[in-house]
Design a protein around this ligand. Structure first.
Ligand code: GLP
Length: 260
């Protein structure tokens, strides 16, 4: 796991933007795994800017989103379809036929999930997966206790996550109980994982994920088993890391050829 602590979420997001940009230069038909929530917003702004100002091309890119609320259609303002369109897709040139987001209105959820897994495989697998982290250590919507080998499926949200995400709805009651999410195993199949974490409220789950034991009680901790994870965080979310000084030192020594 490479842990990169930046002074602000903005500089961490700019770094993540350069990782995306470098990937697309090397592989214009890359497959991106995308996340929602407040955390990746600055990255999406960054990438949108690179598209507008430097012509970063998404015309051959394929995207797969991590998750979606069950029961919400794409027009619902709190749906992840709506979110992605609003914050990223309408600003870049990715063809809509290459955009994949779990269908919150799927009639046959298990069949949909099986098809989603197959679509990822058919696209050649995910090259770069963007991830946030929940305050309870979830990734995607894989709540504590999720099988570390799980695949795309239905999950029931914890009340903590429903309360955390209530800010995107009118009230907590409105937050759906069920979601479709890529599994932990699905996420682990990505070739490169970029985990973003910002703010004090993520400090405990970041410390548990990066320096704690690997356990299904903190699904993000399985990332320690992945060969290529870049954790980009700000000072606040890194505040409970025991080896923060070491990570800073490693980053300062990073050879130029490893920089995006
Ligand atoms: C939701 C999403 C996760 C995201 C998490 C953190 O639960 N399903 O993918 O990482 O929220 O959200 P935020 O970035 O808003 O803190």
């Amino acid at each position: 796991m490479e842990v990169i602590i930046q002074r602000t979420s903005r500089s961490a997001s700019a770094y993540a933007g350069r990782l995306v940009s470098r990937l697309l230069q090397e592989k214009p038909a890359a497959v991106l795994g995308l996340a929602t929530g407040e955390t990746p917003l600055a990255l999406y702004k960054e990438v949108t800017g690179l598209h507008r100002e430097e012509g970063l091309d998404f015309s051959n890119v394929t995207t797969f989103n991590l998750d979606e609320y069950l029961g919400l259609g794409p027009e619902h303002p709190a749906s992840y379809h709506f979110f992605m369109h609003e914050h990223l897709f309408r600003h870049i040139n990715v063809p809509s036929s290459r955009i994949h987001i779990p269908d919150g209105l799927a009639k046959n959820v298990p069949a949909f999930c099986e098809g989603y897994e197959k679509a990822i495989l058919d696209a050649g697998g995910i090259d770069l997966q963007v991830l946030g982290i929940g305050t309870d250590g979830h990734i995607g919507f894989n709540e504590p206790g999720s099988s570390l080998a799980s695949r795309t499926r239905i999950k029931t949200l914890t009340n903590r996550t429903r309360e955390d995400n209530a800010r995107f709805f009118q009230s907590t009651e409105e937050v759906p109980h069920h979601v479709i999410t890529m599994g932990v195993g699905t996420i682990m199949d990505a070739r490169h994982i970029v985990l973003l974490a910002f703010g004090e409220r993520k400090a405990a789950s970041v410390a548990a994920a990066v320096e704690g034991p690997i356990t299904a009680m903190v699904p993000a901790s399985i990332l320690q088993m992945h060969p290529r994870v870049t954790c980009l965080m700000d000072e606040a979310s890194a505040s409970q890391l025991k080896r923060a000084d070491y990570y800073r030192w490693v980053f300062q020594q990073k050879p130029d050829w490893q920089q995006p």
